[in-house]
Design a protein around this ligand. Structure first.
Ligand SMILES: [Zn+2]
Length: 438
């Protein structure tokens, strides 16, 4: 399969470090507030990637962190009159609740920075020892000039970066591009380090958690495109310094989200929380909107994109509902959960081309509808394929097993229709509709 590697800007043949196994890490939220809809794109995208790897038979270890030690959390704690830990716990719970409402996977590895403080101290100490970091008045900075590949991910030349640097000049830094590994702080939550009381830098937190969980290198490191610079670039710089690698063999970045052609921002007032969005649109609709655009491209959310997604969702749901009825009546319950589909694989193997997958999915639905119309009930394979694909995309469709009583009512409805007993037919039909069978 081919994956677009942001590190090399090329479509590359995917080869895991260890055969049959995949390690992946996706930068998670800083838990100082409820997440917005933009934060859901990497979650939904890499959930699909994770499920597809599992479908291919890989053993996948997927980690996504909580940034729970951060200046934003200290600021939120002050504002909310809570401790930093209370703030982090509150928004971690809220995030997990959001994931549940969006039908996203409950992956096991969710490291929290707070549990890695000693590892962070050791990591920074090593960087200082090797001359890649320096201490100034309790702060520790990374010496960017020592990394000749700096800018490799975001395709920027280090000299251009310095020249065009809008980064505010900090008296404590040797070079405006140098970034803080440790910062001395005077208020809020502080940790006692060898250099001062303070908190670690965000870019260090992620590298340390990856190294601790997986070792020096992983297969895939992913996140939103906005994290490329400086966050991911700075993660790479530290990994080059200590481990002589780019942390991951493949870097994947999802595109951002616009709302009605405008960038989502607090000042424009179009900043939508994930938890509010799900009140207006179903999880299936949101995912269908996301997957109708390739994950690397920006998505523009409009009323039209949601109308289209809703129509697709209804089409799939209706076909599956009718198929479920037929399968139940004919006592066919053997949905093949391990079914393979080469057309689906062809699209997915091409850097997760989900827009093509959705077109193909609709094709399968059309085939299913045709069979149902022709009373050709050899539908198990088609239904299995539709369910396999929708599962990997994280779409949820119910296929409830009907009771004998429900099947009897269905048969009575058909009988009444054949006998042109419309009153009876209407009666049975209303029961079937009430029970969501029709
Ligand atoms: Zn990160």
């Amino acid at each position: 399969m081919k994956i677009y590697n942001s590190l090399t800007d090329k479509l590359e043949e995917f080869k895991p470090i260890k055969e049959g196994k995949i390690t992946m890490y996706v930068c998670g939220p800083t838990v100082y507030n409820y997440v917005h809809i933009g934060n859901m794109r990497p979650v939904i995208t890499f959930d699909m990637v994770y499920h597809y790897f599992k479908y291919l038979g890989y053993e996948v270890t997927y980690a996504s962190n909580f940034t729970d030690v951060n200046p934003k959390i200290i600021a939120a704690a002050k504002e909310l009159k809570m401790t930093e830990r209370e703030v982090a716990d509150k928004f971690i719970d809220a995030y997990l609740e959001d994931l549940k409402n969006y039908n996203c996977s409950n992956i096991e590895a969710r490291p929290r920075v707070i549990n890695y403080m000693d590892d962070i101290f050791n990591f920074i100490a090593k960087l200082i020892d090797k001359g890649y970091a320096y201490v100034n008045d309790g702060d520790v900075y990374f010496r960017v000039s020592k990394i000749k590949d700096y800018g490799i991910l975001s395709n920027q030349d280090i000299n251009d970066l310095i020249a065009g640097s809008r980064i505010e000049i900090d008296e404590k830094k040797e070079n405006p591009l140098d970034f803080a590994l440790w910062r001395k702080t005077t208020d809020g939550e502080q940790f006692e380090s060898p250099w001062s009381k303070g908190i670690p830098g965000w870019h260090t937190e992620c590298v340390v958690m990856i190294n601790k969980l997986f070792g020096e290198k992983i297969d895939i490191h992913a996140g939103g495109v906005d994290l490329k610079f400086p966050h991911h670039e700075n993660e790479i710089a530290q990994s080059i310094a200590l481990n002589d690698n780019y942390i991951a063999n493949y870097w994947m970045h999802n595109g951002h989200i616009n709302i009605n052609n405008e960038k989502m921002s607090k000042s424009l007032g179009n900043f939508v929380l994930a938890r509010d969005f799900i009140k207006e649109h179903s999880a299936n609709e949101i995912k269908l909107v996301f997957f109708s655009t390739h994950y690397r491209l920006p998505i523009n959310l409009t009323d039209k994109t949601f109308e289209d997604a809703k129509a697709i969702d209804n089409k799939i749901a209706l076909a599956l509902k009718q198929a479920n009825l037929i399968l139940n009546i004919n006592n066919l319950h053997d949905i093949d959960k391990n079914i393979k589909d080469s057309t689906f694989e062809e699209y997915m193997d091409n850097d997760f081309n989900t827009p093509n997958v959705i077109t193909y999915l609709l094709d399968l639905v059309k085939q299913l509808n045709q069979k149902l119309r022709n009373k050709d009930y050899d539908i198990l394979i088609t239904v299995s394929k539709i369910l396999q694909i929708t599962n990997i995309l994280g779409l949820v469709y119910d296929m409830p097993k009907l009771t004998q009583e429900q099947i009897d009512i269905y048969n009575k409805w058909n009988e009444a229709r054949e006998n042109k007993d419309y009153e009876k037919a209407d009666y049975y039909r209303s029961i079937l509709i009430e029970q969501k069978i029709l």
